[in-house]
Design a protein around this ligand. Structure first.
Ligand code: PLP
Length: 427
């Protein structure tokens, strides 16, 4: 393309130094100008498609009641993964401060160089104990745990069988590994069996599923999955990000709730949701697997170790859960209150008995407009649309926290009824 014409199209030309058209730098500017125009076009497509994801700015700490930039006063927050209300729990915050003071802000290192402190080992041991698995390895996030697992465990002679609606980080992690890939229909045991038969000749086989699927709040049929895996000689992996801490009688997760803790071999989960909400992820499972991950897992080997305050907060959250089952149980009744009242009002709530309560609306714009109107009534919720959920299945995903009071929940239901009537969703 002729340089003069490119220069004419430069979007911010007036801010840029003028250079002779023949220099290498000028060709660099031309390249970025071309990229800008491609990116602007892409952004416009998202805007006109009604799937633009704006970011509201919170000016307080995370919790059921927050302050939001541009909105007056106290806003009720119904879209955090703060299932147990531990994000701002005084003991969790205090433990973070103590760790910051004793161990500093961070390690300036990956784990195997000089980034392992006693608190990292202690948290790994407590998480292994919590999940009743042999060992644990920490990552900077569960996204990293999912990115780092599959290529270490599975090679070209192996096979991975993955639910079609698994989380993006699982999909990306699987893309990085060289195993043969089999995708089964969402929670469809018949289809899983077909794929298990087809992959029979592989050396190792791993069935991979979210324990709870975050967009719908539905739970994997783990008993059926374990039965099939055992019948066909496969291992089972679950991602427990939306289950750890509050599913099952002691909050161990969907595997505990469904009675298959000893039949699920590998669990990945996050410290960034129910377990204090700061950041971090981990894998628990057989010791040789964890040992090998420490040697080969790329996000572990090539990324900084978890900062001490984050480790301190998560450790206290796990200690609270190990000490008492009451916390794990604290969100169930509140979830049912919201689900029952919303269903009575005429809304369709997807999923079952999980604090993720997707209010199904269908249209992306409707979901976004209703979420904006809810904020005007003091309730912070977010509309989810394509590509986060399938086209035509837009929704407002409400998440209940143990920190919500009954009045908070009733206020949210009233606001939904008011906005739902305005937009003709309920009568
Ligand atoms: N897996 C699932 C099912 C998730 O919902 C998420 C977070 O949204 C992740 C993995 C990634 O977790 P993290 O935020 O710790 O990277």
């Amino acid at each position: 393309m002729c340089e003069t014409r490119l220069r004419d199209n430069w979007p911010c030309e007036t801010n840029w130094p003028r250079l002779p058209s023949t220099t290498t730098s000028n060709r660099g500017y031309a390249a970025i100008a071309e990229a800008r125009s491609v990116l602007e076009h892409e952004l416009e497509t998202i805007r006109t498609g009604g799937t633009w994801k704006g970011e509201r700015i919170i000016t307080s700490k995370q919790g059921p009641h927050i302050n939001v930039d541009g909105s007056r006063g106290d806003i009720l927050n119904f879209c955090a993964n703060n299932y147990l209300g531990l994000s701002s729990h005084p003991q969790v915050v205090e433990a973070g401060i103590e760790a910051l003071q004793k161990y500093g802000a961070g390690l300036s290192s990956v784990r195997f160089i000089c980034g392992t402190q006693d608190i990292h080992k202690d948290l790994e041991q407590k998480l292994a104990q919590f999940h009743e698995r042999e060992d644990c390895i920490l990552y900077a996030s569960c996204f990293d745990a999912n990115a780092g697992l599959f290529e270490v465990l599975l090679g070209p002679d192996d096979a991975v069988l993955s639910d079609e609606l698994n989380h993006a980080s699982i999909i990306d992690g699987i893309r990085l590994c060289r195993a043969k890939r089999f995708r089964y229909k969402h929670m469809d045991l018949n289809d899983l069996e077909t794929q298990l038969k087809e992959s029979q000749s592989s050396r190792l086989r791993l069935v991979v599923t979210d324990g709870v699927f975050s967009m719908d709040g539905d739970m994997a049929p783990l008993k059926g999955i374990c039965d099939l895996a055992e019948q066909y000689g496969a291992m089972v992996f679950i991602d427990e990000c939306h289950a750890t801490g509050f599913m099952g009688p002691r909050g161990r997760g969907t595997d505990e709730l469904l009675g298959v803790m000893d039949r699920v071999h590998i669990v990945n989960s996050t410290l960034g949701k129910a377990l204090g909400g700061a950041a971090g992820g981990y894998t628990v499972g057989p010791k040789p697997l964890i040992d090998l991950l420490r040697q080969r897992s790329r996000p572990y080997l090539f990324s900084n170790s978890l900062p001490p305050p984050v480790v301190g907060c998560a450790t206290r959250a796990v200690e609270l859960l190990l000490a008492s089952n009451e916390i794990a149980q604290s969100v169930g009744d509140k979830t049912m209150r919201f689900r029952n009242k919303m269903t009575e009002a005429g809304f369709t709530i997807s999923g079952s008995d999980h604090p993720i309560c997707p209010v199904m609306l269908g249209d992306a714009r409707l979901a976004s407009l209703m979420a904006d109107d809810m904020l005007k009534l003091g309730v912070y919720v977010i509309g989810f649309s394509y590509p986060v959920v399938p086209k035509g299945k837009a929704r407002i995903r409400v998440q209940i926290s143990a920190a919500h009071t009954d009045q908070d929940i009733d206020h949210a239901v009233d606001a939904f009824i008011q906005t739902g009537r305005k937009h003709g969703v309920v009568s």
